[in-house]
Every structure is written in structure tokens, then in C-alpha cells.
Write a protein that binds this ligand. Structure first.
Ligand code: NAG
Ligand code: NAG
Ligand code: NAG
Ligand code: NAG
Length: 411
């Protein structure tokens, strides 16, 4: 088990090396006019957080409690978990961040959410150039990361979402970005997560009566990561993991390497990959495509990423605060929300689009990783029809429907 300071040293060495590689790769890609895949809040996080750490699967993995029998939890637990089926997925609200002019992405999100049976509230994305330099907190100790305007805008939009949680008296909120995908069975996936979180063996304090009756995911956390693009478990306590069966987990082939590595580091390997999801203390998540916060989480994030200072891009500073122990959270692995990638510079909200004729196939050619049954792909099939063929098919015309209705009335 590496000593913590040594680990930090290597970690930052990796960050620095990754940053340099990122700048070189990024400028090469731009100079070649390559279409890069863009998330709303893209920065070179892949380069920042690539872990060179060798996964030591022989480390001391304590036997984790595996709860696969929801019925054993009793009826009230099941009732609470069924809240995951409501219009805000069992959270106080579902907020999504989108630049006001990206009505195309807003259309897509509204459509996909309506097909999946939940509602969204828009939090306007922010143009970083509109943020006064005076309004950007800085930190004397950590000036090596100079934020670009898109990183400033991304930070600002997420801070506004945290403020919304406080202003609206929400107990929790799910915050997502506008360029993502999720599993078609998202309610069931979250119901299964709720069952686990109601008997969370990783919590530090016993659930209050209020949590037992009203909080499907508990309230003992500040942030709950469900849409990270890269991750790493806390190296000093690899015994802290709760693994559970989830029929909607992506197969090994559909799971990206950082998550396979993380699962292996927590003792989930072989046949368990593609069957189990993990809940573990959040330590190294990057990207802000999907995460929930509690009210206390909104307060801690505002404190550490605005009032006190800001050390870098919003997702990395959340990660650093997790690593410093300033905020507490859990990570769900593999994640439940993933980037919907359509390619093409036209799609970027961050990088200039020097030649708008360079574009991909848009949503028609889009794809996502780490999702078993893509909600975006599924909705295209669910809405597909062949109207005139239906008319031509004998036996499925209005006569039949009238008969069925009559039968319902008689029964
Ligand atoms: C980061 O990891 C990915 C996947 O493991 C790899 O494709 C990529 O080249 C790595 N980037 C750097 C900068 O090492
Ligand atoms: C929660 O899990 C523990 C094992 O860690 C088990 O003993 C307990 O019965 C479970 N709680 C409920 C409500 O079933
Ligand atoms: C969904 O359930 C959560 C948890 O009980 C609750 O806070 C939220 O208000 C509910 N949403 C709706 C739309 O009823
Ligand atoms: C834009 O790209 C197209 C196709 O690649 C090319 O024909 C055109 O000359 C480019 N325009 C500019 C202004 O670079």
C-alpha cells in the first residue's frame, strides 16, 4: 500500500505529464482540423487524470456485504426505493446545464427525458467571457492551472445549479449536462441503487428517521457521482465497497478501461464484470456529466469552490476536494450517465469551429459508452412507425380497436 504523500507525488507527476501531452495532442488535433468529441464542459480531463497506477488486485479486499435480496429489506424500504420511478427520479429535482443557444441539445434532452419518463429543469450555461475576472476566485497556492473561458463558464453554470438547490429548498438534486445518454431503464437502475443506499454499509453515521422515511438515496453524502468519465478508488481503503447485482450493467466490452481498472482495484473481476455495479467512496471522479448533490453538498461545494478559492476546472477541483477530505461522496461504477458523442467541430461548445462545414452525422450517428441500453437509441426505435403500412394491414384497423374497447366496457 503506497504511502499517501508518495501517492500524491506520483499523482501530480502524472497530472503534469498528462497536461503536457494533452496540450500537444490538443493543438495537433486542432491544427489538423480533426473533429474531437466534445462534452459541454470539456477540458483535457482524460490527460489530467489518466492513471498510470498499476492495479494491485492482491490488496486486502475485505468481504463486502452484497445485498441482492431487496425483499429482505422490508416493505418501507421498497416503498422508498419506488420513488426512483417519480418524475424527478427520486431526487428533489433534475437540473440540466445547457448553453442558452444550444436549443438543439435542449430539444434532444427534453425528448429523451420524456421518453424515459422524467422531467428536466434548465439551468442556463454561461459564457466564460461574460464572467468578470473579479468574480473568479483564485488561489495563491495553485495558480498553475489557468482556466480558459469555457472552463470558467462551466464552473459558473454548475455553481449556479448549486445555488438553485439552496434557493429552492431542495433536499437533493440530480445535475446533468446537455450532451449525455443514460439507460432506457434508468428508473429501475436508480431503484436498485436506492435499495443499496438505504442499507449502505459504507456510511459513517446511522440514518436518521427522516432519511429512513423520505430519502431514497440517504442524505449522508455531499455528492453522488453517477456520470464520471474517469475514476479511481481511494487507494488506502480498498475494502470500502458495496457490490450489487444490476441487470442493466454494461458488458465488459461496453465498459471503458478506467472503470474496469477501478472495479478490479476493488475486487470485482472476471464474471462479475457485466453483472455487478459498485458503490464506493468518491475519490477520483472526473467530469460533471451526471452527479447528485444534497443541500449540505451544495453548501460545501459553494464554500470550497467559490467562497474559499477555485483551483482549476470545476470537476477537477471537486475531485481535489474529495481527495483532501473536504467533501464526502459516493461513486457508482460503472456510471449511469455517459457522453453522447456525435463528433464534428460543429458540436463543440468549447473549441472554436473554424470551418462549420466539417461536421459529423449529428444525432443520427451518435453513440455512447458504458450504457447497456441507450435511451437515445431506444427512443428512435420506439417512435418509429409505418403509418400507411398499418392502414394496409387487415385486422388491425379501427374495427378491431372498437371491438377491443367494447370488450373493455363489457368486462
Ligand atoms: C489515457 O488513457 C486512454 C485509455 O486508456 C488512452 O487511449 C490515452 O492515450 C491515454 N492518454 C494519455 C495522455 O496517456
Ligand atoms: C443491512 O445490512 C446489514 C448487513 O450489513 C444487515 O445485517 C441488515 O439486516 C440490513 N438491513 C436491513 C434493513 O435489512
Ligand atoms: C420524487 O421523490 C423525491 C423523494 O421522495 C421527492 O423529493 C420529489 O419531490 C419527488 N418528485 C416528484 C415530482 O414528485
Ligand atoms: C471547409 O472545409 C471544406 C471541406 O473540408 C473545404 O472544402 C473548404 O475549403 C473549407 N473552408 C475553409 C474556409 O477552410
Amino acid at each position: 500500500m503506497p504511502d499517501l504523500s508518495l501517492f500524491h507525488f506520483y499523482f501530480f507527476l502524472t497530472l503534469a505529464a498528462g497536461f503536457i501531452i494533452g496540450v500537444i495532442v490538443g493543438s495537433y488535433a486542432l491544427s489538423q482540423g480533426f473533429a474531437s468529441y466534445e462534452y459541454l464542459c470539456t477540458h483535457d480531463e482524460q490527460q489530467f487524470v489518466n492513471s498510470t497506477e498499476v492495479v494491485d488486485t492482491t490488496s486486502d479486499i475485505a468481504s463486502s456485504t452484497i445485498l441482492n435480496d431487496p425483499l429482505a429489506l422490508g416493505p418501507s424500504v421498497l416503498d422508498l426505493a419506488s420513488m426512483a420511478w417519480n418524475e424527478s427520479l427520486g431526487f428533489g429535482d433534475v437540473l440540466y446545464v445547457s448553453m442558452p443557444d444550444r436549443t438543439d441539445r435542449q430539444d434532444a434532452m427534453n425528448l429523451a427525458a420524456s421518453m424515459s419518463g422524467f422531467k428536466l429543469r434548465l439551468i442556463d450555461g454561461v459564457d466564460g467571457n461574460s464572467v468578470s475576472p473579479k468574480a473568479i476566485p483564485d488561489d495563491e497556492d495553485f495558480k498553475w492551472v489557468k482556466l480558459n473561458p469555457s472552463e470558467v463558464g462551466c464552473w459558473r453554470a454548475h455553481v449556479n445549479a448549486w445555488r438553485y438547490v439552496l434557493d429552492s429548498n431542495l433536499e437533493t438534486a440530480l445535475i446533468i449536462e446537455d450532451d449525455i445518454d443514460w439507460d432506457k431503464n434508468i428508473h429501475k437502475v436508480l431503484q436498485d441503487l436506492s435499495l443499496q443506499m438505504q442499507n449502505n454499509t459504507l456510511r459513517r453515521v446511522l440514518p436518521t428517521d427522516h432519511e429512513r422515511t423520505s430519502a431514497p438515496y440517504g442524505l449522508d453524502w455531499d455528492v453522488l457521482f453517477m456520470g464520471q468519465c474517469n475514476d479511481q478508488a481511494y487507494p488506502n481503503r480498498r475494502d470500502l465497497v458495496q457490490a450489487y447485482d444490476d441487470p442493466n450493467v454494461p458488458s465488459r466490452k461496453d465498459t471503458e478501461v478506467p472503470f474496469l481498472n477501478q472495479m478490479a482495484s476493488l475486487g470485482i473481476e472476471g464474471d462479475d464484470v457485466g453483472k455487478k455495479r459498485l458503490l464506493s467512496p468518491a475519490y477520483g471522479p472526473a467530469c460533471t456529466m451526471g452527479y447528485a448533490i444534497t443541500r449540505r453538498g451544495a453548501q460545501r461545494l459553494l464554500l470550497h469552490l467559490s467562497y474559499m478559492r477555485l483551483r482549476g476546472p470545476v470537476d477537477l477541483d471537486i475531485m481535489w476536494n474529495l481527495q483532501d477530505g473536504n467533501i464526502r461522496g459516493y461513486t457508482v461504477t460503472p456510471p449511469l450517465f455517459a457522453a453522447w458523442r456525435v463528433g464534428g467541430q460543429k458540436d463543440s461548445d468549447n473549441k472554436p469551429a473554424p470551418n462549420m462545414t466539417i461536421s459529423g452525422n449529428g444525432n443520427k450517428g451518435g453513440w455512447s459508452r458504458n450504457i447497456k441500453t441507450s435511451a437515445r437509441l431506444a427512443m428512435v426505435n420506439e417512435l418509429a412507425m409505418d403509418n400507411w403500412k398499418d392502414y394496409m394491414n387487415k385486422g388491425t384497423g379501427p374495427e378491431k380497436q372498437i371491438n377491443e374497447r367494447e370488450m373493455e366496457v363489457h368486462n
